[in-house]
Design a protein around this ligand. Structure first.
Ligand SMILES: Nc1ncnc2c1ncn2[C@@H]1O[C@H](COP(=O)(O)OP(=O)(O)O)[C@@H](O)[C@H]1O
Ligand SMILES: [Mg+2]
Length: 338
């Protein structure tokens, strides 16, 4: 349904030299700099997939989406969406896609929401009966009835986001692009939006490409995850395999009677012998050890600690997407060599 092949997007920016001399020079010479916002990315997306597209600020997520929607032209490489080249067929392409940018609305600020919907119906040539059915479905799904007569500028952020999603889906597109759709929303609205995305996907097999900073969006919705870092896709796969790829880490939490500095030291030394990157920390009576299970066995840690002190309780879990995302947003995640 969507093919992206060796796509690169360069932005050329011009910088002036600083200082007086620079300012004078800047009138004549500007320093040219090329930013590779997206650097040789390739992937395919099948009908009905929900892609969670994640990466730090400036990684290239929005640029990718803008190229897929036809707003931006790739510097090199090929994109086809349902057989069309988006930037060459923007109008035709628009009939098959819905787009929501969380940061700005696509709605007319001064018009009542209902009128906005009517205008969109005309723009997209939706037949009367199909429109009525679709509108009913979306108004119900997103709980819009209460504010449908209000001008868009009077809506709360949560209401506006639901309205934006409804507007994007009115013409029954089979692809939905969502760029940070839950940014700044409270938990209840987030839940509504997620439920709506799920329903559109299940009932109408809508293909969804979603960028978000909210890992619970990803946990709940994504059937596949792509991670982009500095313009390069560094992961493309399932939620389940992501942990393996980024270190196969686990976290062991031990509740200990009389946790001492000495014990902390000893456990730390023992863990580092086998896994240099293991992290041993403590909070009150809880000892928390993050380690790579390919290097260090749970049984070894437990055995050691239990020979030194009394363990009251313990918990073991896999590093999850949340942990990985934290490392990602903290400034880079790189595959760890086993
Ligand atoms: N129109 C533009 N002109 C120049 N640079 C841009 C433009 N749009 C994006 N960039 C740069 O491209 C990189 C990727 O940006 P973007 O795709 O918006 O990242 P993300 O959505 O992941 O935060 C950033 O370094 C950003 O500053
Ligand atoms: Mg962005």
């Amino acid at each position: 349904m969507i093919q992206v092949k060796n796509v690169t997007k360069d932005f050329t920016i011009y910088k002036k030299d600083s200082g007086f001399k620079g300012a004078v020079k800047g009138l004549f010479v500007r320093k040219k700099e090329i930013i590779k916002a997206v650097n040789d990315i390739s992937f395919e997306i099948k009908k009905g997939e929900i892609i969670g597209y994640i990466g730090a600020n400036g990684a290239g997520k929005s640029t990718t989406i803008k190229m897929m929607t036809g707003v931006l032209t790739p510097s090199s490489g090929e994109i086809t969406v349902s057989g069309l080249i988006p930037h060459e067929n923007r109008i035709e392409n628009a009939k098959h896609i819905g787009v929501v940018f969380g940061q700005r609305t696509q709605l007319w600020w001064d018009l009542p929401l209902e009128e906005t919907f009517t205008i969109l119906k005309e723009i997209y040539n939706v037949p009367d009966d199909a429109y009525k059915e679709r509108l009913d479905y979306l108004v119900n799904l997103l709980d819009i009835q209460a504010f449908i007569k209000q001008p868009v500028r009077t809506l709360s952020l949560g209401q506006r986001m639901r309205a934006d999603l409804a507007a994007a889906m009115l013409h029954s597109p089979d692809i939905l692009y969502l760029d940070e759709p839950t940014i700044g929303l409270d938990v209840l609205v987030k839940e509504k939006i997620r439920f709506a995305i799920k329903d559109l996907n299940e009932k109408y097999k809508v293909t969804v490409i979603l960028t978000t900073h909210d890992m619970s969006d990803i946990q709940e919705l994504a059937t596949r995850i792509m991670i982009i870092e500095k313009g390069v896709i560094i992961y493309d796969g399932s939620k389940e395999d992501i942990n393996k790829r980024f270190g196969n880490n686990r976290m062991l939490e031990l509740k200990i009677e009389n946790l001492s500095e000495t014990l902390l030291q000893e456990v730390s030394v023992m863990c580092h012998k086998k896994d240099k990157k293991s992290i041993v920390i403590h909070e009150d009576v809880v000892l928390r050890i993050t380690f790579n299970q390919d290097r260090l066995a749970v049984a070894d840690i437990l055995g050691f600690v239990m020979s030194q002190c009394k363990v009251l309780d313990f918990k073991l879990r896999d590093q999850d997407i949340e942990d990985i995302a934290k490392r990602l947003y903290a400034g880079g995640i790189h595959e760890e060599v086993v």
